[in-house]
Ligand binder design. Structure first.
Ligand SMILES: Cc1cc2nc3c(=O)[nH]c(=O)nc-3n(C[C@H](O)[C@H](O)[C@H](O)COP(=O)(O)OP(=O)(O)OC[C@H]3O[C@@H](n4cnc5c(N)ncnc54)[C@H](O)[C@@H]3O)c2cc1C
Length: 425
């Protein structure tokens, strides 16, 4: 395992310098357990992709990048058990080679499985949950260095409360993930979708593919790009034509962010390819997204999509100076307590900002002002200013999560200022 955070003390975007006094990089499970047991304050870090202090600790930061990268596939149960520190970029080709796939992937492959699941990220498509919903089992290193296994089929509420644990319930040594047979995907991009069409035909547009993303800058009357990822051979009536929804089929590859090289994006123009080379927007070997950016994301009830678009239209001139691109996607509901898609069909508005915290922060607050009344849940791993009591109110199981923190980590070994701010315990 090599590409995750190693030796660095800042997050991927460089806007957070970790407060940790030490970075531990154990070489095996015994070393990981000892590192947890022997230090009063620890926290696991994955690829360091999060844009806020969620992965930070004043104590010892533990990277799992040096642990053995072996995976085991249980064909009978269509499941793979993988090390938490493995990146999707390391995992996906190996699954494909064995004839398997994950139901969905992140939009970029460089993040770790444990980091993505701890924050309930990605996952895109009307029928696709976020990445944490693929977890059927997890092995946690507990505060005393012990090992604890939680299973979806045996541990009920404790499991549902722990999968999206924000890194605060233990260090995830391994995860068992649901698999599906490997599949191929074709990716088509349409240019210039009328904003009015998205508003009036939301279900049809997002239902046209396995995973659909609309990229917009909220300027003018048309959205820039609509990416439709279709499973090759899937049933369904949608066929790509040169015009669709009054948008135009792209005949050249594009990048979601204006001015960025199309070569960094995954292959388009309907060329079929393995799931792991089409579901991410960005190629494994390329700089993800723009490389110079901050991000925020809000996840809203799907039925509030039109209201959210109307609200964003009022902020077009406010976002313009700091926005690189905004992605609209959908996520299926789930039952994981701290998942932003908990018990609701979701539309997500994902903002890629310029890398200027001072300029971006007031714009984030302006967006929250208009989206909060619609029930917007902020993405755990990105920038937001929503007040802690308001965050807790967005999650019906907040109090239960606080109790879980007390039960699983009574001394607060895995706690940090981020988690304590939203879930004091
Ligand atoms: C360019 C870019 C694009 C992105 N695009 C999207 C997007 O389209 N959609 C989306 O939803 N998100 C997106 N993200 C956000 C990203 O998915 C999250 O930040 C995710 O948490 C990153 O995983 P990581 O491995 O970097 O975790 P980190 O940022 O290192 O850690 C995240 C959390 O997981 C915990 N953690 C990590 N490893 C473990 C472990 N082994 N055990 C216990 N806890 C652990 C950490 O303590 C922390 O709380 C993007 C990020 C970047 C940089």
């Amino acid at each position: 395992m090599g590409t995750a955070l190693s030796g660095r003390r800042a997050n991927w975007a460089g806007n957070i310098v970790y407060l940790a006094s030490e970075l531990a990089e154990p070489a095996d499970l015994a070393g990981l357990r000892a590192a947890v047991r022997d230090h009063p304050q620890v926290r696991a870090v994955g690829a360091g992709h999060s844009f806020n202090r969620i992965a930070d600790t004043p104590g010892v930061l533990i990277s799992l990048a040096g642990l053995p990268a072996g995976i085991s596939i249980d064909a009978e149960h269509a499941a793979a058990t993988v090390p938490g520190g493995l990146t999707y970029q390391e995992l996906a080709p190996r699954l494909t080679a064995a004839g398997w796939a994950l139901p969905t992937l992140a939009s970029l492959p460089q993040l770790t499985v444990a980091g993505a699941c701890a924050t309930a990220t990605h996952g895109s498509g009307d029928g696709n949950g976020n990445l944490a919903t693929q977890v059927s089992g997890m092995q946690l290193v507990t505060p005393d260095g012990g090992l604890r296994t939680l299973r979806r089929d045996a541990d009920g509420d404790q499991f549902r409360g722990s999968v999206v644990g924000l890194g605060a319930l233990g260090v995830v040594a391994t995860l068992t993930l649901d698999l599906v047979p490997a599949f191929e995907v074709r990716q088509y991009v349409y240019l210039g979708l009328p904003a009015a069409m998205l508003r009036s035909h939301f279900d049809e547009i997002f239902g046209s593919g396995y995973s659909v993303s609309v990229f917009t800058d909220w300027q003018g009357s048309r959205h820039r790009q609509t990416w439709v990822k279709q499973r090759a051979g899937a049933a369904g009536s949608w066929r790509p034509g040169p015009r669709w929804m009054d948008a135009t089929l792209a005949t050249q590859p594009v990048h979601p962010i204006p001015g960025q090289p199309a070569a960094y994006a995954t292959e388009q123009l309907g060329v079929p390819g393995p799931w792991h080379e089409r579901l991410p927007h960005f190629r494994a070997e390329a700089t993800p997204s723009s490389g110079q950016e901050l991000q925020s994301e809000y996840l809203l009830p799907r039925q509030r999509a039109a209201a959210a678009f109307d609200a964003m239209a009022t902020l077009a001139s406010v976002v313009a100076p700091v926005l690189q691109i905004c992605e609209i996607r959908t996520v299926a509901p789930d039952d994981l307590w701290l998942s932003p898609s908990y018990q609701r069909d979701t539309v997500a508005l994902h903002f890629t900002w310029i890398k200027d915290t001072a300029a971006v922060t007031p714009v984030i607050a302006a967006i929250e002002h208009v989206l909060a009344p619609l029930g917007a849940r902020p993405h755990w791993a990105k920038l937001f200013t929503t007040a802690p009591h308001a965050v807790r109110a967005l999650y019906p199981r907040s109090a239960d999560f606080q109790q879980l923190l007390r039960d699983m980590d009574p001394a607060g070994k895995f706690g940090n200022s981020f988690v304590r701010k939203y879930f004091p315990y």
